[in-house]
Design a protein around this ligand. Sequence first.
Ligand code: T5A
Length: 198
Amino acid sequence: MIVIEGIDGAGKSTILNALGVYCRENAIDAVLSREPTKGQWGQKLRDSALKGRLSLEEELELFLRDRAEHVQSLIAPALAEGKVVLLDRYYFSTAAYQGARGADPQEILRANEQFAPQPDLVLLLDLDPCAGRSRIQSRGDTPDAFEEEEALARVRRIFLSIERPYLVKLDASEPSDSVRQKALQAFQRVIDQKPRLD
Ligand code: T5A
């Protein structure tokens, strides 16, 4: 399982799509997904970003419910079939974003790691929040309630403080091609180490 993390506008979807294309071109059986999901809990969270933010406790609960459903319905079955799961955000986002609102990031990691499979690789796309915001704006979108700059600076600090052996930090301020090349190299290293089920 490969997870892409980073603040809003860091380029996660761009890298996820590039990894998806690479898998198709190299006959790697992969499933792409993202959190929050399009399920009932994920949709509620997305609505809250537009309509008015929920309390920290409500957010934490919904992200956990959404993830538990995601693990059960998609992640665990795909892994059991030997597929590569590519995820845009996972529980590191909960540690960073809900941590930035005051929850304990270490406790969030611990709670999630009790039920959610740990990834083989986390690509952390590190970017200054100001740059992330302007990328979102130049894409034609308006940053939402999760995307205030000061809060994103706290989110970024928490992301950078997470220590896991499978976490690789990439400088997302570099041009897209360069970030993509580095992401693909890290991805291929992991694929080369994994025994294939077929
Ligand atoms: N959340 C989520 C929590 O609070 N807790 C949780 O547990 C979870 C799972 C979800 C929100 O939910 C919060 C975090 C989020 O605020 P989302 O739907 O994942 O949000 O949306 P974002 O993370 O905001 O995703 P975006 O699509 O806005 O950003 P991406 O995917 O990081 O960036 P991307 O690839 O769309 O790129 C943005 C723009 O920049 C360009 C792209 O072409 C695009 O136009 N770009 C670059 N430009 C220059 N150089 C590069 N290297 C570039 N890479 C991409």
